[in-house]
Design a protein around this ligand. Structure first.
Ligand code: SAM
Length: 271
């Protein structure tokens, strides 16, 4: 166990701090940082991951929203040359500003507050061209959704949107007893590796995102019903997809085919 601190854990910032050195070591080994790599940690808390990361890399940027943690973190690592702390909201942070050299990429790491996990994923994906990979601790159920294959119960809109842009891998589960205070649910570590270029590319990303949202809007209904104002049954069949299927049965590739056809046939707005 790490030594207890006086910090009052803030629920609104999802402050469940890792307390088990063997779990922390397992996470760091899994990330396997090398000295020359540029790492970015979101939400250092009391530095459970930050400290072992600083031992391994020459450049670590850290984003923490809680002002009460900034003083203690600065004090503790002020003499460490690799330590660069930003008191900021990770959801609004411009990660591009951290890239100093052309072609440099960032490795993102974090035991994330559960309430920001989905919006943060989407924010990071908008900047995925500068991201080499991401290792995040999230609620186990969210990691199951990120990594689910078509046809699985956990497969949904989030799975399609993330898997469009990234290779995803469920690494391991971490139980509540490894945190202070313990969360109510299991957690898990996910690895996300953004594709340099998506294997199945939507001609119009906004159409793709909107069609995926629409297809999953009523999970129990078939595509024939959910997409009826978008594509008719013949058009769905043209994409080699049975209109009697539900969204959860389709692959990312299927959604790209549907969206690309929709982009061609959708009514054009005037002006
Ligand atoms: N990394 C530490 C650990 O593993 O023990 C703390 C993890 S704790 C689950 C989440 C951390 O993210 C807290 O330090 C919290 O203050 C911080 N945080 C919450 N919301 C944030 C946001 N929007 N931007 C940056 N940091 C945030």
């Amino acid at each position: 166990m790490n030594k207890p601190s006086n910090h009052k854990h803030k629920k609104q910032f999802g402050q469940n701090f890792l307390n088990n050195p063997s779990v922390i070591a397992h996470i760091i080994d899994t990330i396997s940082p090398r000295p020359e790599q540029h790492l970015v940690e979101i939400g250092p808390g009391e530095a459970a991951l930050t400290e072992p990361l600083l031992d391994r890399v020459n450049h670590l940027d850290i984003i923490e929203i809680d002002r009460d943690l900034i003083g203690p973190l600065t004090q503790r690592f002020k003499d460490h040359p690799s330590f660069h702390l930003h008191n900021a909201d990770a959801l609004r942070f411009d990660y591009r500003q951290l890239v100093k050299q052309k072609g440099e990429t960032l490795r993102m790491v974090g035991n994330l507050p559960y309430n920001i996990s989905s919006p943060l994923m989407f924010h990071l994906l908008e900047q995925s061209d500068i991201i080499e990979d991401m290792h995040f601790m999230l609620q186990k159920e969210v990691v199951e959704r990120l990594t689910a294959e078509p046809g699985r119960k956990a497969f949904g809109r989030l799975s399609v949107m993330i898997q469009y842009a990234c290779q995803t891998e469920y690494l391991f589960t971490v139980g509540p007893e490894n945190f202070t205070p313990p969360p109510k649910v299991d957690s898990a570590i996910v690895r996300l590796i953004p594709y340099a270029s998506p294997p199945f590319k939507a001609d119009n990303f906004a159409d793709f995102a909107a069609l995926v949202k629409q297809a999953f809007s009523q999970k129990r209904k078939t595509l024939r019903n959910t997409l009826k104002n978008w594509l008719n049954s013949e058009q769905i069949e043209l994409c080699q997809i049975d209109p009697g299927l539900r969204a959860e049965a389709l692959s990312v590739e299927d959604f790209v085919h549907l969206a690309n056809l929709y982009s061609q046939v959708k009514p054009q707005k005037d002006g």
